[in-house]
Structures are given as C-alpha cells and as structure tokens.
Design a protein around this ligand. Structure first.
Ligand SMILES: *Cc1c(COP(=O)(O)O)cnc(C)c1O
Length: 405
C-alpha cells in the first residue's frame, strides 16, 4: 500500500491484519475491520492550510483515505456539501444556532455516495469483479452507480417495500436488482449465501472496511467548514450507524494529527424511528449491543435497520460522547419535512426530518441547552422519496381563471 494506511484492525478484539488482501471481517471473531493509518506520518505530510489548494471534494483528505492510485479513483464529482444555517426553522424550534449539513447534493442524492465512491475505488484496486450488497435502498443505488462507473458488476438485494423511485434508480445504473419480503436483514441473509457460494465481494455495511472510510469524510468536511471547532451537538439519523461511527473515527484521527483540540468532543445523537428503534432500546437499557427489532416499520427506509452489525460501536460512541439516542414517529417526520420545506426551501428526506425532529424534542426537554450549537445531518434529498412528498395540493385552474388574490 502506498497510501498512509498501514493495516486493518478488528473493532472487537483489536487484532491486526494486512491491508492488501480481500479480507472482509475479522477471521477470529467476525468483528468489523477498521482501516488504521500512520498518523504520525500524516501529521508530518499534511497541514490544514494545504486543503484550500485541493479539489473541493472528499478526495482532498487523501492522506486519510485508503486508496493507492489517485489516477484510478472512481468518482462522479462529489462536491463538498453545504453547511447551511437554518435561522427560520431554528427560531421556530428554539434552536438559535442550528445548521443543516445537506448531503442531498451528492451523486445519487444521498451521503451513501461517499461510502460507495471510496468502497468501489478500493474494490477496483483489489481486483473485485462482482459486488453484492443488501440495502434498505440508497446504498444499493449508490453502489450501483459507482459500480457502473468502474465497470464492476453489482448485484443488489432489497426489501420489496423499498421506495419505487430508489428501486428504479438502482436498476437504471444497470445493477441486477432483487426484491425480497422482509427487511434489510432478510436481504442480508440472501447476499451472505450468494457471496459464499458464488465468490462475490460482500459489500454489506461493515463487512468491508472501506465504505466507512468514505463516510467519515462527512466529519472532515464539517470540521473544516467550522474552522476546526466542532459543534456542541451532532444529530444523525441512524440505521446501520456507519455515518456516526465514521465521524467518530474521523474526529479521533483529526485529534491525533492535531487538527482539532483533544477536548473538542461533540455529543452525538442517534435519531431513529419509533417503528424501528433498536439502538434507542439498547441505549436506554444500558446494553452494549442491540436486539433485532421485530417487524421494523417506517417510511424512512434508510433507517429501517433491525440490527446493525456495528451497533456496539454506535452505542460506544454515544456513551463516550455523553450523547443520547431517541426515536420519533413517522408523523413527526412528515410534519418536519413539510415545515423545513416551507420555511427553509430544503427538501429533506424522512431520515433527515427525523434528525431535525429529534433535535426539536431534545431542545424542548432541555437536553440541548440555550444557545448550544447544533448540526443536523440531512442525509439525502427528499426527491428520493417522491411517493411520500406532500405539500399543499395543487389546484386546477379553469380556462380564463386566475390564481387567488
Ligand atoms: C443509509 C441512510 C441512513 C442511515 O445511515 P447509517 O450511516 O447507515 O446509519 C440515513 N439516511 C439515509 C437517507 C440513508 O440512506
């Protein structure tokens, strides 16, 4: 490996493994593997000031990403996503220092593009020819798009309740799409068997170590946009939890290379849906792992994950950061989508709406204090959920008639 990545480390037992292999999880205990870097060398090689001269995309953090050849990255032009202040909605919710990091502008319309860009780049370097993954929807679309770009075959298995727009989008990138009854857990079981029998590369969440490396760049961008001073609270809609774990890991790396202060530790909030809240339940009961949520139900497909492989890492990040987990109802999400659309002109996805609704609740009950700075992640564009959008109904205009005065 010519990059600054040195090895893979098991997130459970801490064992080290070589990085230039196709190894996907720990051979000893099955734990997710995390990429480790020579942070001392990174510290010497890279200064914050250098970033300004680099491309405005996630690849600017290349010393902290696991790829070898900058000429061969698989990219669809990922922009730095905007960190928008949200004064009108902030006034409404009594959150005067509220900002939204809007991931809906990435290719395929969600932050899943980050994980797919880095994950597919690495799969290509490792010589993978077929990628298979289960998905609640958006990861399938993202991996299908980047797979097409790289010329790698992609097989996607999704719940048959996945929003139609996302199913069709995924197929439009040429992926082979299969629908199964049940949740992403049932899709995962199919992929696991298929990968074992057919020798495919299993790109399930945390079963390959590189997707999380892409997702952690959300945290790098946020830190850079805030001039290396993190907010008091970060609210993240949590399904598999990779975005949250990724930011947690990314912030630790930034502390290690001296770019943010050692005591700069935002409280993480994991927002879930009341119809699928395994992390909330585990957090509240003091458990270190979650129990599979029976019959998960929410229209926020991205957070309909009954049991996350990295649940123990999410729970650790929440506790170590003095954070919290809480759930909101689908109705609260719908109301928030509409409120944010009409007050801010942002078409947030249901998952992003869940995060904003969670922030509002935490402010109401005082967990978020006066004047604390809060960043909420809108993880995708509301357009991906076109079937669920609901504004004021359009009115028919008869010939010769005018709109109301
Ligand atoms: C996947 C997804 C999530 C959940 O992301 P994790 O990092 O896996 O917890 C949230 N929102 C949207 C729109 C998603 O597609």
């Amino acid at each position: 490996m010519t990059s600054f990545a040195t090895h893979l480390e098991c997130s459970r037992g801490g064992e080290d493994f070589q990085i230039d292999t196709l190894q996907q999880t720990c051979i000893i205990d099955g734990g997710p593997l995390l990429v480790r870097y020579d942070l001392e060398r990174v510290h010497e090689a890279m200064q914050r000031e250098m970033l300004a001269r680099r491309p405005a995309s996630l690849w600017r953090y290349r010393e902290l990403l696991p790829f070898e050849d900058a000429e061969r990255i698989v990219t669809l032009g990922e922009p730095l996503t905007p960190l928008l202040d949200a004064r009108r909605i902030g006034d409404e919710l009594d959150l005067p220092d509220l900002r939204v990091k809007d991931e809906g502008l990435l290719p395929t319309g969600t932050f899943k593009a980050r994980g797919a860009a880095v994950g597919v780049t690495r799969a290509l370097e490792l010589g993978v020819s077929t990628i298979a993954l289960p998905t609640a929807g958006n990861a399938g679309a993202a991996w299908a798009a980047y797979g097409a770009r790289a010329g790698i075959r992609v097989v996607v298995v999704m719940p048959d309740t996945t929003p139609q727009t996302i199913v069709r989008e995924t197929a439009s990138y040429g992926a082979e799409v299969y629908l199964v009854p049940g949740s992403i857990a049932d899709a995962g079981a199919v992929v696991k068997r298929a990968c074992t029998e057919r020798g495919w590369y299993d790109a399930s969440t945390l079963k390959e170590p590189y997707r999380i490396e892409g997702k952690k760049t959300m945290g790098f961008e946020l830190a850079e946009q805030l001039e290396w001073k993190l907010p008091d609270v970060i609210v993240y809609p949590t399904g598999g939890g990779v975005g949250l774990i990724g930011m947690w890991k990314g912030f630790a790396e930034l502390r290690e290379i001296g770019w943010i202060a050692h005591d700069d530790m935002p409280r993480f909030v994991a927002a879930q849906a009341t119809g699928c809240a395994p992390i909330v339940r585990a957090f509240e009961s003091g458990a270190n792992e979650s129990e599979p949520w029976p019959d998960p139900k929410t229209f926020a497909a991205g957070i309909r994950v009954p049991k996350a492989l990295g649940d123990f890492l999410v729970l650790r990040a929440l506790r170590e950061s003095s954070g919290i987990a809480l759930a909101v109802t689908d109705d609260e999400m719908r109301d928030m989508m509409r409120l944010v659309g009409t007050m801010e002109g942002m078409l947030v996805c249901p998952e992003g709406a869940a995060a904003i609704a969670a922030a509002a609740k935490l402010r109401r009950d005082g967990w978020i204090r006066d004047d604390e700075s809060v960043v909420v992640f809108n993880t995708g564009s509301g357009l991906k959920y076109a079937e669920s959008l609901q504004g004021e109904a359009a009115r028919r205009l008869d010939a010769g008639a005018l709109p109301d005065a």
